[in-house]
Ligand binder design. Structure first.
Ligand code: DGY
Length: 336
């Protein structure tokens, strides 16, 4: 009997077809967002799932779906998955790192530049027909990116790719803070200097947040941190909603304790803090950091490769390329 798998969100049809070659597939081409009880109902009898950030995979779901063997999540981040609960039940978790690094770094840099140079704010002004006089000396003056200090909170692969763009492309001085300092050759490769968090907040002209979400990074940037930043500084969050305290940020933007913010991720997304929506000095995008055609395809393809291999099919049977909890693979139950 063929194994059954669930694809929880709409995906590229040819990639879903690759799954169909190996499994009975239930997919979701209408891209309905299921509640957890709906997800649990659809997972009955499924041994694997291709999931996304909108799916909460926790102990409640796992206990209700004891036949589940592999949760293959699209995205480098997997804070929607309780990895510990999965590991305890022998459920393999995979993610899609690396294939999105440069695309997400490009986007983070673009969002930071749009924020610094007030691009969307000025576009709204133009579209609203408010541009009636040319050349006013202070019209939409922003802050320079080239030659300024770029601060990066979270120096994983995406943080390093942003650092290289800043240092080599824009002549920026790059400082970073991370759980641990990078090896000297890695620092040298992105011309970045490790500093403590206070120094990072105090000295950055443009601070980009790229740290993964966890209980310890919740509200890593809140009222106290915003107060330590320069009043001319910008803050860009491409990490996860919740790493920045959105309500505190709206207050800081309104009071001018920082100049502007660029946000691609939000606490409680797709709902956005109304106070942020009311601010002009914030550029808002709907979690599209990795959204180029080729990268989204690469993420879906890697996710499918993981699912196929995790369930014992294909050339890499039993060896999914990017496991999050590889210790599960040494247990005999991961194949179907
Ligand atoms: C990621 O890869 O984590 C992106 O944010 C998409 O969820």
């Amino acid at each position: 009997m063929r194994a059954s798998v669930l694809v929880t969100r709409a995906s590229f049809p040819d990639i879903v077809d690759r799954l169909r070659a190996n499994f009975d597939v239930t997919d979701n081409p209408e891209d309905t967002i299921w509640t957890q009880p709906e997800l649990i109902a659809r997972l009955q009898g499924k041994v694997g799932a291709m999931t996304a950030g909108s799916d909460r995979i926790d102990a409640t779901l796992l206990d209700a779906c004891p036949q589940l063997k592999a949760v293959c999540n699209i995205g480098v981040g997997y804070n929607n998955v309780d990895v510990e609960a999965c590991t305890a039940r022998g459920v393999l978790v995979t993610n899609t790192p690396d294939v999105l690094t440069d695309t997400t770094a490009d986007f983070g840099f673009a969002l930071m530049m749009a924020t610094a140079r007030r691009i969307t704010e000025s576009e709204h002004f133009l579209r609203a027909g408010e541009w009636t006089k040319t050349g006013r000396y202070d019209m939409f003056v922003g802050s320079d990116v080239h030659g300024s200090t770029l601060g990066i909170l979270g120096m994983g692969r995406i943080g390093q790719a942003i650092a290289r763009r800043g240092a080599f492309g824009f002549g920026m001085r790059v400082i970073y803070h991370n759980r641990s300092q990078l090896a000297p050759d890695v620092e040298e490769g992105c011309r970045a200097r490790y500093v403590d968090k206070e120094t990072l907040l105090r000295e950055s002209d443009h601070l980009i947040v790229v740290v993964p979400y966890s209980a310890s990074s919740n509200h890593a940037i809140g009222t106290a941190e915003l107060k330590q930043m320069k009043s001319s500084a910008t803050l860009t969050n491409i990490a996860r909603g919740g790493v920045v305290d959105d309500a505190a940020l709206a207050v800081a933007l309104n009071e001018g304790s920082i100049a502007a913010a660029g946000l691609d991720v939000f606490e409680g997304e797709p709902v956005v803090c109304p106070a942020l929506l009311a601010q002009k000095n914030v550029v808002l995008t709907p979690h599209i950091g990795s959204a180029s055609v080729s990268t989204r395809r690469a993420m879906a393809a890697l996710c499918a490769d993981n699912l196929i291999a995790a369930l014992g099919h294909g050339a890499s049977a039993g060896k999914p390329p990017t496991p999050v909890n590889p210790q599960v693979l040494t247990r005999p139950t991961a194949t179907a």
